[in-house]
Design a protein around this ligand. Structure first.
Ligand code: BES
Ligand code: MN
Ligand code: MN
Length: 456
């Protein structure tokens, strides 16, 4: 039996297994789900062993654990390929908007619905199932393989850096392929050439030592909510420019070739507007929507709270107001530098009569660009071209995968992405799903990729 036939024969079992995996609520953001993240890691350990991987173990970090396993018998003349994915998921809230429970993993219309089905549990199964199919049908793998799965990607991999540093020898590889990312459509492929970085902060503005009667004290002291609003408003202009001094200093300008490459990828602005239900697009002036989405840094207010939110009227002058902000970064910005600039500027904007404090949020990522002519990306491109009958689009994303720049830093290897999630699958949102057709295709793609890499 060939691996294609093996995959077909065992597809029902693979689907049931993905359902079991999705049923583990491995939400890394919530401390009460820590045991579930561990359980998901243990599930991956068992599944890797069943697939035929060796030296499989759950490794602790200062935070959520990681899983490592390998199969290193292809021979010294064959490359070693590190295959990556994550088994943690985003929180499922708002729960009331799910049609079926987020961790029920229900099958409907050829799709598995559930938090993490697409991002990234469905995705990270592909390299495991491909390895199983090849081992079961040929008794070996065409290349040496290392599996590396983490349980903290969705919170910005806050304790992954020391793990990667301390275990650089274990992870050492000639090539890195991420099974986290996405594909263009069911019929067209893409090559991911860039990811953004990320850094965030929480701002607290405080006034009086307790909430006040706004008639007794309004006009006498400053209002923290109002002060916070003034700070927030000052951070970004109506022209979409971020007004933090020095923010753009390290930004690598888009070259003519970069802009041409981005313009070659189809984009229908009217369809984009209609799909999102917005009255218009908005971004930094002087750049196309695509350039802003893929290659310009952003600053977004993610949450702002304080004061009275209940029904009716309450004449309160709140004692405190808070906001969370994150910035998506592009080459060559760094999280440390941008955080320092933001914190200094926010302090400098502190209105009279109030105190402001800024705290860095845990989890961050460096921006990541794949160099042109990169070997891993070339192999992925060949496989996708064969599979889709057409060359993939060269795209970037505004999303982040912190491990990519960590692995580059510690192993000196640029990762390539080969993943099959589609952009309508509601990742991070209610009713996330993964297509069984994508699941099946991803298994073929990883078998083809491993074979391709084995041919040198
Ligand atoms: N898989 C996504 C990143 C992604 C999305 C890549 C779409 C390509 C296309 C990943 O799981 C993710 O959501 N990352 C977080 C990282 C953050 C918490 C540091 C993100 O981008 O918000
Ligand atoms: Mn992901
Ligand atoms: Mn995600």
């Amino acid at each position: 039996m060939g691996w294609q036939e093996y995959l077909d024969t065992h597809q029902n079992r693979f689907v049931t297994e993905l359902q079991d995996f999705v049923r583990i609520p491995s939400v890394s953001a919530k401390p009460e789900h820590m045991p579930d993240v561990v359980a998901a890691g243990e599930w991956v350990v068992a599944r890797l062993r069943a697939a035929g991987a060796e030296n499989v173990a759950l490794y602790p970090t200062q935070g959520h654990p990681v899983v490592y396993g390998d199969w290193l018998h292809a021979g010294e003349d064959k490359p070693t390929v590190l295959l990556y994915g994550h088994f943690d998921v985003q929180p499922a809230e708002p729960l009331e908007l799910w049609e079926t429970a987020p961790f029920a993993a229900e099958l409907r219309d050829g799709r598995i619905y559930g938090r993490g089905a697409s991002d990234d549990k469905g995705g990270m199964m592909a390299p495991i199932l491909a390895a199983e199919a090849l081992l079961q049908t040929t008794g070996r793998l065409p290349v040496n393989v290392k599996f590396f799965f983490e349980g903290q990607e969705e919170i910005g991999s806050p304790t992954l850096a020391p793990f990667v540093k301390d275990n650089a020898a274990l992870l050492r590889a000639d090539m890195i392929i991420s099974a986290d990312g996405g594909q263009w459509s069911e019929t067209e492929a893409n090559l991911l050439m860039g990811l953004k970085g990320l850094v965030g902060c929480e701002i607290t503005v405080t006034g009086a030592n307790a909430d006040l009667h706004s008639g007794m004290h309004g006009g006498g002291v400053a209002n923290p909510l109002h002060g916070l609003s003034q700070i927030i408003a000052a951070l970004k202009g109506a022209d979409g420019r971020i007004n933090v001094p020095g923010f753009y200093d390290d930004v690598l300008d888009l070259t003519v070739e970069d802009r041409q490459a981005i313009a070659r990828v189809p984009f229908d602005q009217e369809a984009y507007i209609a799909q999102l239900g917005v009255p218009d697009v908005f971004g930094e002036e002087g750049y196309s929507v695509r350039e802003n989405l893929w290659a310009r840094p952003t600053l977004e207010l993610n949450g702002i709270w304080g004061g009275y939110q209940g029904g009716g009227i309450k004449t309160v002058l709140p004692s405190e107001a808070r906001a969370k902000i994150t910035c998506r970064l592009v080459a060559n910005q760094t999280p440390d530098q941008i955080y320092a600039l933001m914190a200094a500027h926010i302090h400098s904007l502190c209105p009279k009569g109030l105190r402001v404090s800024v705290e860095r949020l845990p989890g961050s990522a460096n921006p990541f660009l794949v160099p042109r002519g990169h070997n891993g990306t070339a192999a992925v491109s060949e496989v996708l071209s064969t599979l889709y009958g057409k060359a993939p689009y060269a795209v970037r994303t505004g999303g982040s995968i912190p491990v990519m720049s960590l692995l580059l830093q510690e192993l000196g290897v640029h990762g390539a992405v080969m993943a099959f999630g589609l952009n309508d699958e509601n990742i991070h949102a209610p009713n996330e799903f993964y297509r069984l057709s994508s699941y099946r295709k991803s298994q073929t793609a990883y078998c083809m990729l491993l074979e391709r890499l084995g041919q040198g």
